[in-house]
Write a protein that binds this ligand. Structure first.
Ligand code: AMP
Ligand code: ZN
Length: 114
């Protein structure tokens, strides 16, 4: 997609602090971190929201979680714990319409979320 912020990061048109990538997944630090560790993990393929998922995206979505596990271990937060969040559409607070998994850690999280 041409007018998507995260596609532009994927294509190197907008800079980002990339912390992980493989064939299907890219992860970079959130520009406005909400915790000491705040990484966004995206599929390289443009998918706007969770509502747009198709059955053949299942493996790619699974890889987002495998990347999260890997990044959490790199930050040594896997035992203390961390939170994974996907916002879907406006009421949940989605602002970038390219699916992304937020990995948040390094501080105690509140529940219920705001
Ligand atoms: P969401 O509100 O769930 O759609 O999350 C979008 C996230 O993208 C927010 O946490 C923003 O801080 C983050 N963000 C926006 N622009 C950039 C950027 N250029 N590089 C990295 N993260 C960004
Ligand atoms: Zn995109």
């Amino acid at each position: 997609m041409t007018d998507c912020l995260f596609c532009k990061i994927r294509d190197g048109q907008i800079p980002a602090e990339i912390v992980y990538q493989d064939e299907d997944v890219l992860a970079f630090n959130d520009v406005n971190p909400q915790a000491p560790v705040h990484v966004l993990i995206i599929p390289k393929k443009h998918i706007a929201t969770i509502n747009d998922l198709a059955t053949d995206n299942a493996a790619t979505i699974g890889k987002l979680y495998l990347a999260a596990k890997h990044i959490a271990a790199e930050h040594k937060i896997e035992d203390d714990g961390y939170r994974l969040v996907v916002n879907c559409n406006a009421m949940a607070g989605q602002t970038v319409y390219h699916i992304h998994l937020h990995l948040l850690g390094g501080r105690r999280m509140n529940w219920p979320p705001g």
